[in-house]
Design a protein around this ligand. Structure first.
Ligand code: NG6
Ligand code: CA
Length: 509
């Protein structure tokens, strides 16, 4: 008994000391307005050349361009991976995804990938006084491996730092095809429970194989399991009819949720962090009818124009709330572009002269540049001066850079503080990093990239993308050879050795 009272006293006094220190800190922060609202606008499979300000393609994206031309437009901005889950893991944790062997493209039934004890961007910002929310694509796993979709689903985004979450579990082409708000499936009828499996179909349920006549979109490879809204998906699902999303309304739906979030938060004193993870132009590409035909490039181009419009509407919302000048926006994509990613949707046939990868080789899934080198923009109306930056920056660096911005001491293993680069005040970016693509890694340093030998196929024929595999070392000087045509590994053995050593030092080999 006595001990407890003593402990209580000690706690009380420590707390009192802490609290008495607090007011001056708070005053300081408020005055210097170094805690702007922060928004990540994160697209899915958008390539370097899909933003017209990057001036590579033939699509016109005026709203992406507004960010690109009004902020810092990075020409050497990277995702950490050429696929979705690992990039999302890295952007939220500031850690290389290849350090976690489970950071691979996840099925809709995968358990939560981020350890609930791990430090994350939203946790760090929460500690610094932010309200935190995520709207859109999650794809980082949910629950502990045996999710009952009819109960509260946990752990998930709300257990790794988000106060609010409105998500799809995995991807638009994977079941379950429902929205989940703070761990609960939206609009679920308890009389019609949801069941999900990635192993086998539920008896009597139609699939793309058994009932091809039900399809409004045809599958090219994969994507031949359950049918939802005429679209064949990856994985099997039964029930949950009333909760199923409408594909053509998904982008509008997420936009409404993102707008509602900032509207509600703008009324509070505390700043907010919103991770707005749009689903476009990932497959299945289902632009709303008002965008159909807008690009002349079929659904992929139309979905990009739809996403561009959404960004414009979102900016208008921030403007009308009077908070645009107090909001730092980071715009990027999770991995490079792909045309045919498993459905017949004319992405290849109607591409015309458009170049989704810009000047770069490869695409989604690839160790070549187009896999990870992406549009990357920091925009803060009135604070960041418009410029183009050639400094190397990766999404992994957002953790430490934002920690520096908000005065947090939280650390992430692989993140570098590039706040001045992000603010356009410095051109001194990162010197080196290890990029990843479907569990293979390569090493970037200065103007150079080194890809170790890999035995797999050089081209993934289903998607028609060069993966970066070769049985010998590859070494490219990206300044002189951005499209990676001249392998200098044999003619420049000293540089190769230096690069291999740098790679091994980071990988701990
Ligand atoms: C692949 C899917 C592809 C896409 C990708 C994930 C097949 C044959 N292909 O397995 O369509 O869903 O996973 O994309 O199923 S990502 O952007 O989320 O990484
Ligand atoms: Ca993606």
């Amino acid at each position: 008994m006595k001990r407890n009272t003593n402990l209580g006293c000690i706690l009380f006094f420590s707390l009192a000391i802490l609290i008495s220190c607090k007011p001056s800190d708070t005053e300081e922060t408020n005055k210097s307005s170094n805690k702007p609202n922060i928004v990540f606008i994160y697209l899915d499979d958008l390539g370097y050349g899909d933003v017209s300000a990057y001036s590579a393609g033939t699509l016109q994206t005026p709203n992406f361009d507004r960010l690109a031309n009004g902020g810092v437009r990075f020409t050497r901005g990277y995702a950490s991976s050429a696929t979705c889950t690992p990039s999302r893991y890295a952007i939220l944790t500031g850690t290389y995804p290849w350090r976690n062997e489970n950071a691979k493209i996840l099925p809709g039934t995968a358990p939560l990938l981020i350890d609930t004890a791990q430090m994350t961007v939203p946790k760090m910002l929460k500690e610094a006084g932010y309200a935190t929310g995520v709207v859109g694509k999650w794809h980082l796993g949910l629950g502990m491996g045996n999710v009952d979709w009819n109960q509260e689903i946990s752990p998930g985004p709300n257990q790794v730092g988000f106060d609010y979450s409105y998500i799809m579990a995995a991807t638009q082409d994977r079941v379950p095809t429902v929205y989940i708000e703070n761990g609960n499936v939206v609009g679920l009828d308890p009389q019609d429970p949801i069941q999900v499996s990635y192993q086998e179909n539920f008896e009597g349920e139609p699939t793309a194989i058994s009932n091809p006549e039900m399809l409004t979109m045809k599958w090219h490879h994969g994507h031949n399991n359950s049918i939802v809204n005429g679209i064949p998906r990856i994985g099997f699902m039964k029930g949950g009819e009333a909760a199923k999303w409408s594909d053509i309304d998904m982008a509008d739906h997420f936009l409404e949720k993102a707008k509602a979030y900032v509207r509600a938060e703008s009324k509070n004193e505390t700043p907010f962090f919103l991770y707005y993870a749009m689903q476009q132009p990932h497959v299945p590409r289902t632009p709303h009818p008002r965008f159909v035909g807008a690009s002349g490039m079929g659904p992929r181009g139309d979905a990009i124009l739809e996403a561009d419009w959404m960004v414009g509407e979102f900016l208008k919302e921030l403007e009308s709330l009077g908070i645009l000048e107090n909001t730092l926006i980071i715009f990027s994509s999770d991995n490079g572009p792909v045309l045919n990613d498993g459905y017949y949707d004319d992405a290849v046939e109607k591409l015309g002269d458009h170049t989704p990868a810009g000047p770069f080789r490869g695409g989604k899934y690839s160790l070549f540049e187009a896999g990870t080198r992406l549009p990357f923009i920091s925009y803060w109306e009135g604070t960041i001066q418009p410029s183009v930056s050639d400094a190397m920056i990766t999404q992994i660096d957002l953790f430490a850079s934002l920690a520096a911005l908000v005065g947090s001491n939280a650390q992430a293993r692989d993140s570098e503080d590039l706040l001045d680069v992000l603010m356009g005040k410095s051109q001194e970016g990162r010197e080196e990093f290890v990029l990843e693509a479907t569990s293979r890694t390569a090493y970037r340093n200065g103007d150079w990239v080194m890809i170790p030998p890999y035995p797999g196929p050089e081209v993934q024929t289903s998607v028609n993308i060069e993966l970066g595999n070769l049985k010998a070392y590859q070494l490219y000087n990206l300044k002189e050879d951005p499209s990676q045509e001249n392998n200098l590994a044999e003619t420049n053995p000293d540089k190769l050795t230096e690069m291999v050593n740098g790679f091994k030092a980071i990988r701990g080999e």
